[in-house]
Design a binder for this molecule. Structure first.
Ligand code: HEM
Length: 112
């Protein structure tokens, strides 16, 4: 792909919906098995809102806002106790999820 092409595309377009959803699926599979943080999450891991959020965060259609309103991420996380320990576990799982998704390495580097 030409450099010029990349400049005119949103990150969402570069990554593509399939790879993005793959990241979230990978992430939830990892979190579900991670005893450091899995107790914080609902038993029924409904990952739709994450897919919607990341789609819009990376320049795709604003699916999250259409269904849930403003993300207000700080407010939506207030009820959970998240210290450095939980933060590191979350980031580690997201990092692994990105590494294992199927897209060009340059896109993974951008996300990380
Ligand atoms: C930059 C980092 C993060 C982003 C972008 C993010 C994003 C999100 C989003 C979009 C939601 C869904 C909100 C909703 O509509 O209900 C959510 C929920 C949640 N987040 Fe985070 N989050 C981050 C960090 C963390 C960390 C570090 C933890 C704890 C280890 C955490 C724990 C949770 C929990 C327990 C929920 C509710 C359950 C769920 O909806 O799956 N998040 N987060």
């Amino acid at each position: 792909m030409e450099h010029g092409d990349n400049m005119s595309k949103t990150p969402y377009e570069l990554i593509g919906q399939d790879a993005l959803y793959q990241i979230i699926d990978n992430f939830y599979n990892l979190v579900e098995k991670d005893n450091r943080i899995n107790y914080l999450f609902p038993v029924d891991f409904s990952e739709t809102s994450r897919k919607q959020f990341l789609t819009q965060f990376l320049g795709g259609p604003d699916l999250y806002t259409q269904e849930h309103g403003h993300p207000m991420l700080k407010r939506r996380h207030m009820e959970f106790t998240i210290s450095d320990y939980e933060r590191d576990a979350w980031l580690e799982n997201m990092y692994t999820a990105i590494q294992h998704a199927n897209f060009p390495a340059s896109v993974g580097d951008y996300l990380i």
